[in-house]
Design a binder for this molecule. Structure first.
Ligand code: NAI
Length: 337
């Protein structure tokens, strides 16, 4: 019998294959009927297919509308442009949704955190438009459009309304970038007037960074341009236990790509110690979008149960479990239930 869902799977680079293996094991334990269509991208497909972003992958995502993606390495200061950014632009995945929530039982400096980052995903300094003006002088273009700002603000407010959230905070640097970030703020303010049930405020990005470190619980839903969203996502991950715990969804009109917030972690790749939780939580976002809520709830409960015992956590959380031992522990709880 055909599986209920077909999902494109990109294991990715570095720790990608290890954490995707763990997530697939856990989803299989929960009996979710997914047929995984595997594709390569990035350094692996450059080596085997001559391109970091193969047409076959694009066609598969277009066809099935949903993908689970491991991290992809982007060469620093040279080499091919980011495949992650290219995918977001190609499919117009304009909204990057990153819930940052303390897992039950995880001790953090600030108690229970429940933040949501809504990051614009298609423009800003990620335009890829850079050039040498004269030797020693480089220009990098920050593109901000009314259309993209209005669209992400609308997404952020609608998300807040539909998920019982109280406040949207627009994060900006419009004191310095008066035109670009000023346009972002203009759009946020206009959209805010259409969503009176959600409170709206504004915070300058450097102050936001300090406030997040000192008093993160004052924030609810953060609405940001692309670069600020990228940087503050990692900061927020640090508030709840690190990058191993934070999922993300790249959402657009025709498809969605679910992934962890973190990258390929070359420093621990191949050691079998990576924490698969961030990708697992991304897979849970995906399952809920696929209307597989019961399976998502079962997996989440098993994750929380295993996390209760510090020794069973992975190394990044002070535990002793390898990636696969952690996955097996969660799978065992699911299978026993
Ligand atoms: P990174 O997120 O890969 O790693 C930062 C630190 O967090 C490292 O010490 C790493 O060991 C740790 N870490 C990350 N994920 C972990 C996990 N699941 N379990 C335990 N520890 C974990 O960031 P980095 O090193 O700056 O980037 C490495 C590569 O990843 C770069 O090529 C970058 O472009 C790419 N990248 C890809 C992303 C994506 O595919 N969406 C997102 C971010 C970075």
């Amino acid at each position: 019998m055909a599986a209920k869902h077909t999902v494109v799977l990109v294991p990715g680079d570095g720790i990608g294959p290890e954490i995707t293996g763990a997530v697939l094991r856990i989803l299989a334990a929960a009996g979710v009927e997914i047929e995984w269509e595997r594709h390569v991208a990035g350094t692996e497909s450059l080596a085997t297919l001559g391109t970091p972003l193969p047409d076959t992958l694009l066609a598969a995502i277009e066809k099935h509308g949903v993908a689970l993606k491991g991290p992809l390495t982007t060469p620093v200061a040279s080499g091919f442009p980011s495949v992650n950014v290219a995918l977001r632009k190609h499919f117009d995945l304009y909204a990057n949704l990153r819930p940052v929530k303390t897992l039950p039982g995880m001790a953090t400096h600030h108690g229970e955190i429940d933040l949501v980052i809504v990051r614009e995903n298609t423009e800003d300094l990620y335009s890829g438009l850079e050039h040498v003006v004269v030797p020693g002088v480089v220009e990098s273009l920050k593109i901000i459009t009314e259309k993209a700002c209005t669209r992400i603000a609308e997404f952020g407010f609608q998300f807040a309304e539909q998920n019982g959230r109280q406040t949207v905070s627009a994060v900006h640097k419009a004191n310095i970038m008066k035109l670009s970030d000023g346009l972002f703020l203009d759009c946020c303010r206009k959209v805010a007037t259409r969503h009176g049930s959600v409170a709206y405020n504004e915070v300058i990005v450097d102050n936001a960074a300090m406030q997040l470190v000192m008093r993160p619980r004052q924030f609810d839903t953060l609405l940001l341009e692309n670069l600020y969203g990228d940087i503050l996502s990692d900061l927020c991950a640090g508030l709840v236990g690190g990058l191993g715990l934070c999922p993300g969804a790249n959402l657009g009109p025709r498809c969605a790509i679910f992934e962890a917030v973190h990258g390929s972690a070359p420093d621990i790749a191949g050691l079998g110690v990576a924490n698969p939780t961030a990708l697992l939580l991304a897979a849970l976002l995906m399952l809920r979008q696929l209307e597989e809520r019961a399976a998502a709830d079962r997996i989440e409960a098993a994750l929380v149960q295993v996390m209760q015992e510090p020794a069973r956590r992975t190394r990044d959380l002070g535990g002793e479990a390898t990636t696969s031992q952690f996955a097996e522990a969660i799978a065992a709880v699911i299978e026993a239930g």
